[in-house]
Write a protein that binds this ligand. Structure first.
Ligand code: NAD
Length: 300
């Protein structure tokens, strides 16, 4: 099967490499030449636009930063919609606003093209291992058709509901992970202040009620988890700006639904501040470096 892959960045590249390894022929496009060169190095053919990718493939996968990029790639000039044949299936694996997924799906449906949203969780290590968690929104038959492709990328593929529902599940997950990164960072800064060893504290918490995925796999303190971004000078990983975006999507959704949210907007603003202090393109766990104590000469 010929797969089109658009957006070959931090996550897209290892995902594309797994499709190649599993025997799919892949044609790729990325707006950044270095990212496209990375896709070619992983075994894909390069195309010149999303429309060309769509013309040359039987199924299109997209892995883009945010809602505006997804709308542009599908519906903009030289977009997927211009090149895709009726009856084809598109899978958007980016984390975006669920209402944008629904809008893109409706626009494609006008020319009988099918769309599922299938955002992922697990970060670069699990993208590389092909063991991502994938939450899928779409028509049950479309989800079944997408499943062999998704199985090359992930270990847990869960059909959540109609188009957009995968994104809803993803926003809920990242709300928790984003808040956890800030909470774990705050806790470890307090422990350090008291001279408690970070490794010992990690052992204690991993057997206690504060245990989180973020601490186990993405520990914000360097040197405790070998594959964590913090142990590679906070190279992403999952960028601070992307996590701030996801918390923003969750907060916006909550506002529309009149759900009170208190902790997630606070975490979102901490990440925004970290971004405005130069950490936007570092891994989101670099928020730990931002939450350092103030000067000890400070009066309180
Ligand atoms: P990234 O910025 O590294 O990669 C996105 C790629 O899309 C870039 O190479 C960029 O050049 C390309 N792109 C942007 N606009 C384009 C356009 N118009 N046409 C073609 N290519 C275009 O981001 P990433 O970390 O790979 O994340 C991608 C998505 O996956 C985001 O929505 C993110 O929230 C989500 N996600 C990321 C992680 C992670 O750990 N990095 C984990 C889960 C989900």
């Amino acid at each position: 099967m010929n797969i089109g892959f658009i957006g070959t960045g931090t996550m897209g590249r290892p995902m594309l490499a797994n499709l190649v390894k599993k025997g799919f022929a892949v044609v790729a496009y990325d707006v950044v030449p270095d990212a496209l060169a990375g896709a070619v190095a992983a075994g894909a053919r390069a195309a010149a636009s999303p429309a060309e990718v769509a013309r040359q493939s039987e199924l299109v996968v997209t892995m883009l930063p945010s809602s505006s990029h997804v709308e542009a790639v599908y519906l903009g000039p030289a977009g997927v919609k211009e090149g895709v044949a009726a009856g084809r299936l598109c899978i958007d694996m980016s984390t975006i606003d669920p209402s944008v997924s629904r809008r893109v799906a409706a626009a494609l449906a006008q020319q009988r093209v099918r769309f599922v949203d299938a955002p992922v969780s697990g970060g670069v290590p699990r993208a590389t291992d092909g063991t991502l968690a994938i939450m899928v929104g779409g028509d049950a038959r479309d989800v079944e058709e997408a499943r062999p492709v998704l199985a090359a990328l992930g270990a847990n593929i869960i059909h959540v509901g109609a188009v957009g529902s995968g994104e809803v599940a993803k926003l809920c997950n990242n709300l928790i992970a984003g808040v956890a990164a800030v909470a774990v960072s705050e806790a470890f800064r307090i422990a350090e202040g008291f001279g408690v060893d970070a490794k010992v504290l990690t052992d204690v918490i991993s057997k206690s009620s504060g245990h989180t995925w973020v601490m186990e796999h993405m520990h914000p303190v360097p040197g405790l988890v070998a594959r964590s971004a913090s142990s590679q000078e906070y190279a992403p990983g999952f960028m601070t700006d992307l996590m701030a975006k996801d918390l923003g999507l969750a907060v916006n959704a909550a506002r529309e639904l009149r759900v009170p949210v208190v902790v997630s907007p606070a975490a979102q603003q901490v990440l925004r501040l970290a971004s405005s202090h130069g950490l936007g393109r570092k891994d989101f766990t670099a928020v730990y470096t931002f939450l350092k104590p103030s000067d000890e000469r400070s009066p309180v």
